[in-house]
Structure formats: C-alpha cells, structure tokens
Write a protein that binds this ligand. Structure first.
Ligand code: SF4
Ligand code: SF4
Ligand code: SF4
Length: 245
C-alpha cells in the first residue's frame, strides 16, 4: 500500500515533496538531491515541488512531505516565519541530518563560527513545539548517505514500518552522539566489535580499537550527528533486566 493513498486525494496522483532549510551548510540538501540519481524509477510517484537549489518557485507550496535540514535560529525572524509556514503547509515533516535532528554542528558553533554576531541560539526542529505531531521521522548523519535517503523514501512510500521505526525513534531523541554508543551499547555489554560505528562517523570521533575489539570515543571531535548510533546493529536492543524468582 502506498503512502500517497493516505496523504493525497485521487486528483493529485503524485506525492508532493519539498526541501526546506534553516541554518545549515546545505550538505544535507546536496545529499538529498544526489538521491534523485537513484530515484528516477519512482518519479511517477513523487514530485519535487520545492527546493531553493532546484526549483524556481519562491512561494512554498503545500507539501505532502517536507524534508528539512538545519537548526532554527531563535534570533532570526525569517526562521520564525518559516516555522509557521512549515506548520501550515506540510502534512508530514522529516528532519534530515544532525543539525535538524539534534542541533549538530549549529548547536556546537560559537564565536566567529556563528552566521551573525546576534545569532546565538540554535535549536533542532525536532524540539519546536509548533511542529510536534508533524515531525515523525529524523534521519541522522552529517550529511546522511544519499542511498539511505532513497531507501527511506521508498520505505515511506511503501509504509515499511520495520525500516522506518529507528527514524521514528530518532525523531523523539533529545540527542544522539558517540556518548550514546558508549553508554547504551559498549557499557551495557552489547557491542559485538563489528566496527560499523567507526565507519559511519564523519569526523572520526569514534575509532575502532583493535586491542580491545571495541570502539573508543573522542568527544571533542563529535558533531552529534547520530550516525554511529543509527548504524550500530546493537543500539536498538532493549536492555535485559534480571529475572527474579
Ligand atoms: S547535518 Fe551536517 S551536512 Fe547537514 S546541514 Fe548540518 S552540518 Fe551540513
Ligand atoms: S561520534 Fe561521530 S557518528 Fe557519532 S554522533 Fe559523533 S560525529 Fe556523529
Ligand atoms: S557498531 Fe555497535 S556493535 Fe559494532 S563496534 Fe560499534 S558499538 Fe560495537
């Protein structure tokens, strides 16, 4: 069953998707657009109707699914207006990348890394009350892999809940960093030493320690993108509790 059947009326046969961005480096949008090389086969199902890089449209149209990158700047009136527009014009919102999902690089930036001196407070869109209920999924990464974005879009179209469930979990997470991998997987004895977290990390904040067969973490290099936690095959396991007789 296609997602569009639920979201779109029969006169609008294609799922209308758009890409919006807040304070960001645009890397997630580039990854999103890269996805379309693979997405050719579903272009009869989806239509990209808004992107500041690819479409000429200046007004944001009504969107079935809004993919959003970047963190919201609380001192930027343009961002505040955009949040209201996003809430009014989208049926479903997907946060893409560490900045939109957890604050990421934006939340960590300071001093001359800030876009303007008066811009001090950045929050991920997943923490905006006005959007609660509409943001159902967050895709970690800095940026996420285009193949992952394509697989996500396919899963959304097919309502593949098994595939989508970790992204739903990410949307309700306050943060996702290398700390979580160490605390939730390694320290709880779940780590199988596969090294996937180290491979997924864009900054090498997590590396694989061959001596102990486990990952080690350098917090000063972590940009809180969540890739390691999402990639770890052991991270979504419930912590077993002792059985009392
Ligand atoms: S998550 Fe990374 S790639 Fe995406 S907008 Fe933020 S800094 Fe750029
Ligand atoms: S350790 Fe690496 S992959 Fe994990 S959240 Fe930090 S930067 Fe992202
Ligand atoms: S991905 Fe998970 S199981 Fe694999 S090494 Fe990293 S923490 Fe361990």
């Amino acid at each position: 069953m296609f997602f569009r059947d639920k979201l779109i009326n029969e006169e609008e046969p294609k799922l209308k998707i758009g890409f919006l961005h807040f304070s960001s480096c645009s890397g997630c949008q580039v990854a999103f657009l890269d996805m379309f090389e693979e997405a050719v086969e579903i272009l009869d199902t989806v239509e990209l109707v808004y992107s500041n890089m690819l479409t000429r449209q200046r007004e944001i149209p009504f969107l079935d699914v809004a993919f959003v990158e970047g963190a919201l700047c609380l001192e930027d009136s343009h961002h505040i207006g955009l949040i209201k527009e996003l809430a009014e014009k989208s049926k479903l919102i997907v946060a893409i990348g560490g900045c939109a999902s957890f604050g990421g690089v934006r939340r960590l930036s300071c001093g001359n890394q800030l876009p303007q001196p008066q811009h001090q407070s950045f929050v991920p869109i997943t923490e905006i009350e006005l959007l609660k209920g509409k943001i159902k999924y967050a895709i970690p990464g800095c940026p996420p892999n285009p193949s992952l974005l394509y697989s996500f879009l396919l899963a959304l179209l097919e309502l593949n809940d098994d595939f989508l469930q970790p992204f739903e979990f990410m949307a309700s997470s306050k943060d996702a960093s290398g700390f979580d991998v160490i605390a939730e997987v390694v320290n709880k004895g779940f780590c199988v030493g596969c090294g996937t977290c180290a491979t997924a990390c864009p900054t090498r904040a997590i590396s694989y320690n061959e001596n102990c067969g486990k990952p080690t973490f350098n917090p000063s290099m972590c940009v809180h993108c969540g890739s390691c936690l999402a990639a770890c095959p052991q991270s979504f396991k419930p912590y077993p509790q002792p059985v009392y007789s």
